[in-house]
Design a protein around this ligand. Sequence first.
Ligand code: SAH
Length: 259
Amino acid sequence: MSNDNTSVNEFDFQLVCEYFSSLERQGPGSPEMTSKALSFVESLTEAAHIADIGCGTGGQTMVLAEQTSGVITAIDLFPSFIELFNKKVEVKNLQDRVKGVVGSMDNLPFQNEELDLIWSEGAIYNIGFERGLKEWRRFLKTGGYIAVSEASWFTEERPAEIEDFWMNAYPEIDTISNKIAQMEKAGYVPVATFLFPETCWTELFYVPQMLAQETFLNKYVGNKAAEGLVAYQRYEAQLYAKYKEYYGYAFFIGKKISD
Ligand code: SAH
């Protein structure tokens, strides 16, 4: 980076994008979890409009596209993710009904009651679980569904080290029963909740990162921001191995049954 006007933050931002672009998924999940969550969503037709918010490079969107026949609009803040997303769409020849769009989840380009299904895997934390559920509700038709995955506590109490890590990373992490209550309060009937198996974090998220980390460190030898990013990801993976009985990801599926 030779451009002196490029701030450290912009540079970090580009590094983060590059690091995560090399992965199939940018958060814990799997095709099985996507299919399972979709199995709770009823009456999607060819006319359905689905939004995938915080889609990343589209790992879960392609699964959704294979298993539904409606139109999917996928939104992500990072242009480089959307570029990769739309390349995948072309390779799979899905461009007539799947489209990646650069945009922000706090300013979505939909009309009120336009959507049949709102999907968001490992991304609603960017706006906050409660705020996202509340703000996105108006875009759903009555009878429409929302399906989001979110980090959750499995126990009422946790060791200080992991509590501190999450309070710093995402203080809205909460117990599953509290998340369900928040969903209900935001105006949805909680339809289903299920936990992700450990493999969604280990084999499918942290293990692929190990190779990506080697490649990344070799490319950015001596770059403090790159080294810091890798060190943080490694620390996160170590914490997961140590404290996995206290937290994990869960899918929350809700239905809007009235205006
Ligand atoms: N759903 C994908 C990506 C999850 S990572 C998966 O499960 O693999 C979280 C994603 O949210 C990232 O792709 C990030 O770029 C995106 N994101 C962060 N802030 C956002 C915002 N304000 N609006 C839209 N997307 C955002």
